[in-house]
Each structure stands twice: as C-alpha cells, then as structure tokens.
Design a binder for this molecule. Structure first.
Ligand code: URA
Length: 237
C-alpha cells in the first residue's frame, strides 16, 4: 500500500505535487471511485484514472545499476547545479535513485522508474544487506571492532552489522580500511557509526546491494539490470 499521490508520481505521469492537485480537484478515481482526500493509501495494481487517463498506460519500467562517482548528488534536480546521478544515464524516462549515497560516497546505486520495487528495497522491514568499504581516520582497535560487531546504537536505534572485516591498517598514515555490511538505510549511517567511536570516515564506497555488485563497471559507468535480477529483487520482499 502506498499514498495515491506517490503511486501517481512514481508511474511517471506527473510530479507528486501535481498529483496532489489532481486529487484535490476531484480528477482522480481509484477502481471507479472518486478520491479527493490526500494521504489515502492504495495498491500499485489498483485501477487509477486521472482526468480520463488510465494509469495502466504506464511507461516501460527501466532499471539501472550505476557506479556512482565521488562529487555527484543523489537527486533528480539540484539547486546548485552540481552533477547528478541521473545525468549518467541517457534515458528520457523519469528515473530516480533508490535510496541515497552521500555526495562524496562512491559505488553501487540503483535507479529506476519502478515505484513498487523502490518501496521494497527501501522499506526497513525488508532487510536488504549493503556492504560498504570505509577508510577511516585512526586505527580501529579490537575492542572497537567488537563493539561495532555487537551493534552500536545511533539515535537510540541499534545498527545491526551483518559483516565486518578489517582490510588494511596503515600505521604510517594512521588509517583503517574496513568492510562493513548493514541492513538499513538511515542517512549518513556508516559515517555516524564510525563517528560515534571518534573515527572520521575519509572515503566510503558501497560495494554491494543484496546480490548485486559493481563487477565489470568503472566509476561513472552503468548497466541495465536483467529481468532475472529484477525478479530476484522483487523476491526480497
Ligand atoms: N552511509 C553513509 O554514511 N553515507 C552513505 O552515502 C551511505 C551510507
């Protein structure tokens, strides 16, 4: 179930704000019933009509896996005119990123116009593992390693760590490179986790999302997902 204006916007028909306008003006019906109240939730396969247009004429779904470079924003528009993740994918379809990576974070990012799949992949109840490589300031001690592994609380909520491995310790530069797997998508969560132990994250890269990885791609490159991969992502629900 999802809010009606979100289903409409995610179908590519119009923006969410415009969808709200259509709803409030009484131009939207769901399964033949007029809906004028904002915030009501429906299913993606409900029959939605907007001003005589059937939302069944949905755009073809597109699915891309991008190796996001550093210095790129994970949005579809940016007020400061910085490079955006959508600039890397030449499509006329209104695609958007699934979740977000920080401006200075690199690595695996999915982009699609499939709202239903986006919801599956970003909903906290569907535990989707993401593995990151983080280069942090300072040497991570074995006590700190165990603390992270057992689970630290950020904003009073435990960050469950599914995978943790030290990859490199640079004693001269005093940095640690560590792989960390987590099943959540709170903003800046990896940086905040290490910050809570006084280790600033200097570099961060998302290596995997569920069974997907960056194999075969260089920074800035992308590929389409196969139907098999899309089905496998749906099955994570
Ligand atoms: N955690 C972060 O701190 N930043 C990201 O970009 C992704 C996860």
């Amino acid at each position: 179930m999802e809010r009606l204006q979100k289903i409409i916007a995610q179908s590519g028909f119009c923006s969410r704000r415009k969808a709200e306008e259509y709803i409030q003006k009484g131009l939207v019906t769901v399964n033949g019933q007029k809906v004028t109240q904002l915030g009501l939730k429906f299913n993606y396969d409900d029959q939605i009509m907007i001003d005589g247009h059937c939302l069944e004429n949905k755009e073809e779904k597109e699915y891309y896996l991008l190796y996001k470079p550093r210095g790129v924003v994970t949005t579809v528009s940016d007020e400061f005119n910085r490079p955006k993740v959508v600039d890397f994918i030449p499509t006329k379809t209104r695609i958007y990123p699934v979740g977000r990576l920080d401006y200075d974070t690199t690595g695996l990012l999915l982009l699609t116009n499939d709202g239903e799949l986006t919801n599956i992949l970003t909903h906290p109840s569907n535990k989707i593992e993401k593995i990151y490589t983080a280069k942090v300031k300072g040497i991570i001690s074995s006590e700190e390693f165990m603390k992270i592994k057992k689970g630290l609380k950020i904003d009073n909520r435990l960050v469950k760590v599914t995978y943790l491995k030290i990859k490199k310790i640079d004693k001269v530069k005093e940095t640690t490179t560590i792989s960390i797997g987590i099943m959540e998508g709170r903003n800046h969560i990896v940086k905040r986790l290490f910050k809570s132990l006084n280790h600033e994250v200097l570099k961060l890269k998302r290596e995997t999302l569920a069974f997907l990885n960056l194999q075969g791609l260089k920074s800035g490159e992308y590929r389409s997902l196969s139907i098999k991969e899309v089905k496998k992502l749906y099955a994570l629900k």
